[in-house]
Design a protein around this ligand. Sequence first.
Ligand code: G3H
Length: 546
Amino acid sequence: MHAIKCGSPSSNIYSHTNTSRKTIQHTHTHTFSHTVVEIRVERENLKSVSMAETGVFEEIIEGDVFKYYTDGEWKKSTSGKSVAIINPTTRTTQYKVQACTQEEVNKVIESSKIAQRQWAKTPLWKRAELLHKAAAILKEHKAPIAECLVKEIAKPAKDSVTEVVRSGDLISYCAEEGVRILGEGKFLVSDSFPGNERTKYCLTSKIPLGVVLAIPPFNYPVNLAVSKIGPALIAGNSLVLKPPTQGAVACLHMVQCFHLAGFPTGLISCVTGKGSEIGDFLTMHPGVNCISFTGGDTGIAISKKAGMVPLQMELGGKDACIVLEDADLDLVAANIIKGGFSYSGQRCTAVKVVLVMESVADALVEKVNAKVAKLKVGPPEEDCDITPVVSESSANFIEGLAKDAKTKGATFCQEYRREGNLIWPLLLDNVRPDMRIAWEEPFGPIVPVIRINSVEEGIHHCNASNFGLQGCVFTKDINKAILISDAMETGTVQINSAPARGPDHFPFQGLKDSGIGSQGITNSINMMTKIKSTVINLPTPSYTMG
Ligand code: G3H
């Protein structure tokens, strides 16, 4: 697969054959829209040793199966089974990880409990020191970890490196923020409440919850893992990580960086396996004291089953981009490209519906189309803008949304094209509320445009969604922007920029089906702690006289 500019009429995606490797070619015929697309997929049967499996990472793999991590050691599951990780680009098995058993999960959680008790007694400065060390080791090994991201989730090469570096910075920030906010408590006196004398002094501090279960999603397996691990550890918790299947190997490498930093035995564990075998078992485990999950609908099911533990959930969005008549259309177009198409739209904060005033819609669509034509489509190794989506089922779902829009009369600004999991970027104009794409989250490179006749219409569409993660508004009138932001039922509204979670210390939260609680470093640290009070009762009232 070679990179192609998506507007190039002579694009030929079918010419590549790699003669240095044994390949079997499968040909599918794919029909949709005006085109008949022949798909040729190369199946690589020879496994090559990559830098991700050598050096300091040698011990995390045996044969061709990566091990899981518990009690400070890399282990093979007694199940003797493994889970295959399919490379979205080649659609062949890239890696294998252990299929852990429920019995192994029990042992992991038991070790976590024991380790946590000791860790809670470890001075804050020492916890911070270890986190800084892990951050440095992670950044030092950004190349092999990024290589895993490229192979497992088809994230463009440069973005993969950025994810690892960003994650190192996030861990360091957790360490710094943690020593500040956990190093302070409150002192309250009783006579501020009616009827009380100053006979009670209340001292509060933040204490850890215990065992935190972290479940990150495939699209940021490293960054959204450390956004849970960093706060959990600095706050004195132990951590059990259940990585997504796709992204698991990058996670295992990241865990090795924590191992190399020298964290106490049992404090961090990473279990891999089938969701059907250990998913519910983990989330309903009585030994788990907190769950931090990022992903899709599964989060709703988890929250119903989890019981009385604090939950932090980030479950996706249908982020609206409201464009007013006075907006800088070049800025809007650039942000629709960045917000809608980066990582092929596989971001919960992607621009997922553009709501543009009819009077400027033609001009905006033209500008966006010109930019879509310049997007590079192809494999992540070549750092293309649009790379294959994570799985065949995801590609099929995205195609279903496109087909539905076609049937119902949306304007296809580009021809619909797909090869395997690779879907060409597509702007759909004249989308109407009866189309699925107006409401559903494609998690792919398709951006719908709905033309509106009033700002109220745009706000109404945004608020009628079940989701409420982020939204954005483009206008030069800051007063209008604030009013619109207040009217939008979303956790965050960006003014004159596309939605985004970062910088990672900003609060990040969704309303409605988009989530529970708030993330961002400070909020996550607070969420992973409880308040403990000690009240000193005096025999007689005592007032500080100065
Ligand atoms: O996919 C969900 C992520 O939280 C989005 O993060 O805005 O940095 O891409 P991002």
